[in-house]
Design a protein around this ligand. Structure first.
Ligand code: PTT
Ligand code: SF4
Length: 636
């Protein structure tokens, strides 16, 4: 029990606040503290978590999956009060270390029914840690709209009725006015409030995270925003070393060969790369080349850029911001431009900027929303749904975005996501719904990329590129069209680095993947911050542990409905060959993909269903978790 330091009243309810006992666990780097917020009871409480959990799962998604595994009742309704919404940082978040201003948002996903998370850069990550917290866990459901205000040792649940119905920009403006410009925020727009399955969590008018409908989970709890203001010192194992490493890191980044190019085009460099490779999603992933590429590529964005924005603790900021067709700033990345551009047949950058900015305001994930619009356009073309929208139709797309935000009109159908919408529409619609496990595929067409298709297939949250972006390696490998086991090796290698190490340390991966920054620096940061020494091999094993538990979570939640088919990429890539460009006539082969998937399972120590075996879990230091798992699923 923690001594209470006071009570106060909000919305007619007496809410409790908690005192911190200082850092009671003998840990450095990690504070060892979780803030638990129960919105039904209106209480906040700070609890410890164990050193064992910190060392086995590090932070970010590792901590999130461990908490969900231990505490979420099996079969919990993702939009019900039991679901746990988790904001989790890493053991050196907020320290002066390059690209350490990010956080993971996680919960059971209403879009996929499995584990869901996202990673976004926000001052909330830095300030949360400076409040002495590694993570915040929100359960329950408030009677009326609320927001969470945390300032150092104080945590308050406050009335947000006046913010409900407001977009994320208006909400952020009000919060910064009320709580100061340095406040860190996590906000939902109207789409989260209306529990749209495309709803994400937004910060700083251009950072967004939590594609598997993490915004809808927040909305289901009547939870509009979280605000953090922190000034506390975080205990460090070796402050001098950490300072030295930070200085070296920040100094090295601008000296890398790719820095200038990165600063000019950022993630948009992928547009030309994908066009040349015939892998640029075009018209709902029916083609891999776009006739208007010159208007929507890296050069086009660089020329239109008026300013750059980015995450805290970063000296390679990459958010290229343009003035959109309605005269407002809009921050563009490759995924946004492609999914709201070529994927819907739109070649006007300023209009794409408008659609992107509307997504940020409504809190809609641009990838999911772009995929739903492309899907709707194809449904209209095929006469499957009576909706007035055509390829490249800016006004039609804009209208559909607002409808998805409100979950009204056609938005009520398409805002559920392509998988659910296709099931309702029926006929051939499921054949061109572009998702894996319900999560829409990000902007890489895989008609001729079996390795990247495997990456999407086995991503732990559904089709996202963040865990294993092997496409660049694959198209330049000389074995692009092959299905050999080296593709499974590469996917696992990247999943360990990106999905394992970066998502648990919660550091931006761009210094490494874009500038060639040495991976070996990251365990050094961990050691200076925490005193815990890990080799890169230890990191990979930790990543495999987190992967096994995320997989076990999916299998536990799905029960009898789980099968290896959950790891199959979209039907379209097998059934509908490309018709344009050098790759016309090509498509994936089902039998070969299935063999590649088996090879992936073997290498991971998972059975033919794609479920970790008991021996694998024990080997990964998950013996208790294996026992618990065996109560729900028959383990091999
Ligand atoms: C991420 C996904 C991406 S990935 C993009 S653009 W990308 C889209 N961005 C959106 C946006 O913006 N607004 C919006 N309303 N929806 C959006 N949906 C899409 O969301 C982002 C950068 C980028 S830009 C990428 S790749 C890297 N992602 C990282 C990651 O996942 N992990 C990690 N350790 N480091 C990363 N660094 C890079 O961060 P999701 P951000 Mg995002 C306007 O969260 O759910 O994973 O979806 O966080 O702060 O915006 O930075 O070409
Ligand atoms: Fe954020 Fe870009 Fe910097 Fe990564 S490189 S921390 S995404 S601004």
């Amino acid at each position: 029990m923690y001594p209470k330091w006071g009570t106060f009243t909000s919305m007619g309810k007496t809410l409790k606040q908690d005192a911190r006992l200082g850092y009671s666990i003998i840990m450095k780097g990690w504070t060892g503290k979780l803030l638990r917020v129960d919105l039904t009871k209106g209480t906040t409480e700070v609890t410890d978590y164990s050193e064992d959990i910190a060392k086995r799962f590090i932070g970010g998604r590792g901590l999130a999956i461990k908490l969900l595994w231990d505490e979420l009742p099996k079969g919990a309704d993702p939009l019900g009060p039991d679901n746990m919404l988790i904001f989790a940082t890493g053991p050196y978040t907020a320290f002066t270390i390059p690209n350490s201003g990010k956080m993971v948002v996680a919960a059971k996903s209403p879009l996929t029914g499995g584990y869901g998370d996202g990673n976004l850069g926000t001052r909330a990550a830095v300030n949360m840690r400076k409040c002495g917290l590694d993570a915040v866990v929100i359960t329950g459901k408030a009677e009326k709209p609320v927001y969470l205000y945390v300032e150092d040792d104080k945590a308050e649940i406050r009335d947000a009725s006046h913010l409900w119905g407001k977009d994320s920009y208006v909400t952020e403006d009000w919060i910064l006015e009320e709580h100061g410009k340095a406040s860190g925020v996590l906000i939902i727009g109207q789409s989260g409030e209306n529990m749209c399955n495309m709803a994400t969590i937004v910060a700083q008018k251009g950072r967004a995270g939590g594609r598997p409908a993490m915004g809808a989970v927040m909305g289901s709890k009547n939870f509009k925003a979280a605000v953090f203001n922190g000034t506390k010192e975080i205990p460090v194992y070796d402050p001098e070393k950490l300072k030295e490493l930070g200085k070296e890191g920040f100094g090295a980044i601008p000296k890398t060969d790719a820095f200038k190019f990165w600063k000019r085009v950022g993630t948009m460099q992928a547009a030309d790369m994908m066009q040349v490779a015939g892998a640029l999603p075009t018209r709902n992933f029916s083609e891999g080349v776009f006739e208007h590429i010159d208007k929507v590529n890296g050069d086009a964005v660089a020329e239109a850029t008026v300013t750059q924005r980015g995450c805290p603790n970063c000296n390679m900021i990459c958010g290229n911001t343009i003035i959109d067709s309605e005269g407002v700033h809009s921050e563009l990345d490759y995924e946004n431009v492609t999914m709201l551009g070529s994927n819907i047949g739109l070649g006007n950058l300023a209009q794409i900027g408008t659609l992107n900015r509307i997504c940020d305001q409504l809190g809609l994930d641009t990838i999911g929303a772009g995929s739903c619009i492309g899907f709707a356009m194809e449904c209209a073309e095929k006469g499957l749904v009576d909706i007035d929208i055509t390829w490249g139709d800016f006004e039609g797309a804009k209208k559909l975005l607002y409808e998805m935000g409100d979950m009204k009109g056609h938005g009520a159908l398409f805002g559920k996501g392509t998988k659910a919408a296709a099931a309702e529409i029926g006929g051939e619609a499921p054949d061109f719904a572009i998702h894996v496990k319900g999560l829409e595929v990000s902007a890489y067409d895989c008609h001729v990329c079996p390795g990247m298709a495997l990456s999407f297939g086995t991503s732990p949250i559904g089709a996202h590129h963040k865990d294993a972006w092997v496409i660049s390696w694959e198209i330049s490998s000389g074995i692009r069209e092959e299905y050999g086991p080296e593709k499974a090796d590469k996917v696992i290698e990247f999943q360990r680095i990106r999905g394992g190490m970066f998502e648990t340390l919660v550091a931006c991966r761009f210094p490494w993947i874009e500038l060639g920054y040495d991976l070996a620096e990251y365990p050094k940061y961990l050691e200076a911050a925490t005193g815990v020494k890990m080799t890169l091999d230890d990191m990979w094993k930790m990543g495999d542990r987190v992967y096994a538990l995320m997989r076990a979570f999916w299998a536990r939640e799905y029960g009898d409905k789980w099968s290896r088919k959950m790891d199959y990429p979209p039907v379209r890539w097998f059934k509908h060959p490309l018709t344009e460009g050098a790759l016309a006539g090509k498509h994936l082969d089902m039998e070969s993909y299935d063999k590649l998937l088996s090879s992936y399972y073997d290498k991971r120590g998972w059975d033919a269903r794609g479920i970790p075996t008991k021996a694998t879990m024990v080997d990964l230091d998950l013996p208790e978790e294996a026992e618990q798992f065996a109560k729900h699923v028959q383990l091999k």
